[in-house]
Design a binder for this molecule. Structure first.
Ligand code: 8HG
Length: 297
């Protein structure tokens, strides 16, 4: 990778397997908006950046940042130290995966903030992606800090302290319905130190899952998403309706239990299950595979 400093940003050259659309629209994150020029503007770690990629040219442009911040935040956030070519080669030995990977060739699993990911995926339970994004946006607007960029105001995701001041009635204004009481409880557990996310991150997959599931609103699926998207537990295979349908459709040819799907994924993909899951999730949603009413959630 080479880095060229430009006015108000950077251009990364010789970057393999990076496609902004695949990364931001594969379902792992909710705070990135597509601009008319195909770039994406979003908020993470209290910063606003704009990202544009040219997958064939192997270039990525990041605006509103500098070298220091790139190495402090974005290098890790975009998981740039990992060889996705190797992961893709390994998974592509499977015919179905080969197709899914061709479709989402530039997916990378972001290393997101565990606190933001916890609340985001509590909100995601039985919810549709636009509604999830709306609730997270409202929470941020109500409790986060404003950040100006390009004539627009963005809001950082609220810290534990910022949210700890909110009453349940206030949280309900983020329009997350029955999940608001789970958000309220989760904030309480984390702010009182009953749950320590940084500690949970150091545990192995099984232990971490057990701890996370002590939080109201965190079931198996939500715990797996938190571990995969913010705790580097890449052996997890979060099973939501899309993953259930696509795994059944391509591999199991039957309506099987979530438990059996999880066992299948462990056996088939091992420590790469999380990556496999994300290529499949993107592919299934975009191709509407297994969708009952032709819906895209
Ligand atoms: O990346 C995701 N993987 C899985 N397995 N499920 C996800 C992801 N992202 C995401 O929003 N979901 C869930 O799918 C949340 C919600 O239940 C549904 C939205 O399509």
């Amino acid at each position: 990778m080479e880095i060229k400093v430009i006015d108000n940003g950077l251009i990364l050259k010789n970057i393999d397997n990076f496609n902004a659309m695949h990364i931001f629209e594969c379902g792992q994150c909710f705070r990135w908006a597509r601009e008319s020029d195909g770039s994406y503007t979003g908020v993470a770690f209290g910063k606003v950046i704009n990202v544009k990629s040219w997958e064939e040219k192997k270039e990525v442009q990041i605006l509103n940042t500098n070298i220091q911040e790139f190495y402090d935040i974005w290098f890790e956030y975009f998981d740039l130290g990992r060889d996705y070519g190797e992961i893709k080669r390994e998974l592509s030995k499977d015919r179905v995966m080969r197709t899914a990977i061709e479709y989402g060739s530039g997916i990378r699993i972001l290393k997101q903030d565990p606190w933001e990911t916890l609340l985001s995926f509590i909100i995601s339970a039985n919810n549709r992606i636009p509604m999830i994004a709306r609730s997270i946006g409202l929470l941020s607007q109500m409790y986060g800090k404003p950040i100006e960029y390009n004539g627009k105001t963005y809001y950082s995701f609220p810290s534990v302290q910022e949210l700890a001041q909110a009453e349940l009635e206030d949280i309900k204004e983020c329009k997350a319905g029955f999940r608001c009481k789970y958000i309220f409880e989760a904030v309480k557990m984390v702010s009182e130190g009953i749950i320590d996310l940084e500690y949970i991150k150091t545990l192995d997959e099984e232990e971490a899952r057990k701890e996370l599931m002590k939080i109201p609103g965190v079931g198996l699926k939500v715990a797996d998403c938190i571990m995969l998207f913010s705790m580097e537990k890449y052996g997890t295979y979060p099973v939501d309706v899309w993953i259930k349908r696509i795994t059944e459709h391509f591999y199991l040819h039957d309506d099987v239990s979530v438990k059996d799907i999880r066992l299948f994924a462990k056996e088939k993909f091992g420590s790469l299950a999380g990556f496999a899951q994300e290529y499949l999730f993107y592919y299934a949603r975009e191709m509407k595979i297994g969708s009952k009413k032709g819906e895209k959630e």
